[in-house]
Design a protein around this ligand. Structure first.
Ligand code: COA
Length: 332
């Protein structure tokens, strides 16, 4: 009987480089309140958001991804042609097929790389890091690029009071590769399909059956999502710490999905994070960029010196599905 040759990769992996692309249009609360009969004060109090960024016509899911990825690869100190796999987490690539990933890989000059999109909504980036980690450990990629990108302004109804002030645009990327020491802890991930309809876009058939042609925009049961995220996600975050053998005291940075500052506060309280832990607050002027929010917040903390090389950071992302994923990482 023939025995197949199998390969294994690197025993240890790490995030080697991080990059972000911030969309060009700064949109303060004042610009959106009229359409939803709201106020700057209400939005800040309920979400923490003061401004957000929307892409202009020329900025696309592909172009923003390319911008973030180029920075991440350069900072990883590798050549673009060394990337073996491009994983793109997004819900706002507006073509059913093909994926955004193959176009992004082509623009980046990594046509030799495997390239595919994953659909895990706001939790997509942390799912992508988990996949990349296992690929590098398993030997199917030496370097994997993970991109979280959204142009949610395309699929947000500016007159919907529950979503118009929350969602925004942008991209973030990381390179995952081999490392001398462990840099990515075990993933804690899962799903809760009982709440499949809590955050969703309508089925195309619903849209086509309506009188007016319109984009299928995001719909959200805000109260339900708020309760689920505030309570259930702190437990998942704690499990990710436990699986990595890290205590809250040993943590330097907490980088949750930038869903809503009140959810971040509730999680930090439930986990009893000491005041020494620096907490990502990118949402204040970036809004909720779904799959892009964790890598964008990570990039910002590194740029501003709040996350330093060797620091231990807890990442957690959660959203439509409902789906979630969390892992502890070492800052490159
Ligand atoms: N501006 C001003 N007032 C608003 C409003 C808006 N955009 N939306 C709702 N309101 C009002 C309602 O009319 C209601 O007024 P009333 O008490 O006089 O009847 C009041 O605010 C409460 O309405 P409700 O729909 O219960 O809002 P809420 O307290 O649940 O807050 C969210 C809405 C969206 C801020 C909140 O549900 C939330 O933060 N959810 C989580 C969303 C999130 O983070 N999603 C991302 C997950 S990936």
């Amino acid at each position: 009987m023939t025995t197949l040759h199998v390969e294994t990769g690197s025993a240890n992996t790490a995030i080697l480089g991080v990059g972000a692309y911030r969309a060009s249009r700064l949109v303060p609360n004042a610009d959106i309140v009229d359409a939803i009969d709201s106020s700057d004060e209400w939005i800040q109090q309920r979400s923490g958001i003061r401004t957000r960024r929307f892409a202009d016509e020329s900025e696309t899911v592909v172009s923003m991804s390319v911008g973030a990825a180029r920075v991440a690869v350069e900072r990883a100190g590798i050549d673009m042609r060394q990337i073996d796999c491009v994983i793109v987490a997004t819900v706002s690539h507006l073509m059913q097929t093909p994926s955004a990933a193959t176009a992004i890989a082509h623009e980046l000059g990594t046509d030799q790389a495997a390239a595919f999109d994953i659909s895990a909504a706001c939790a997509g980036f942390c799912h992508g890091v988990a996949l990349a980690n296992d690929m590098v450990r398993g030997g199917s990629a030496r370097y994997a690029l993970v991109i979280g990108v959204e142009k949610l302004s395309d699929i947000t109804n500016p007159r919907d009071r529950g979503t118009a002030f929350i969602f925004a645009d942008g991209a973030g990327a990381v390179v995952v590769g081999p490392s001398e020491t462990p840099g990515i802890g075990p993933v804690v991930w899962g799903s809760d399909g009982e709440h499949y309809d809590h955050i969703r876009t309508p089925d195309w058939r619903e849209v086509l059956a309506s009188d007016e042609p319109h984009m299928p925009c995001l719909e959200m049961k805000g109260n339900e999502v708020f309760r689920w995220a505030s309570f259930a996600m702190a437990k998942v975050a704690q499990q990710a710490l436990d699986r990595a053998g890290v205590t809250a005291d040993e943590l330097d940075c907490f980088i949750p999905h930038q869903a809503n500052n009140r959810i971040t506060d509730a999680m930090a309280r439930s986990m009893r994070l000491p005041p020494t832990v620096r907490i990502a607050r990118d949402i204040i002027d970036a809004g909720n960029t779904s799959a892009a929010s964790v890598p964008m917040a990570l990039d910002r903390m590194m740029e501003e010196g709040d996350a330093r090389s060797g620091d231990v950071a807890l990442l957690i992302a959660f959203g439509a599905g409902l789906s979630y994923a969390a892992q502890v990482v070492v800052i490159p």
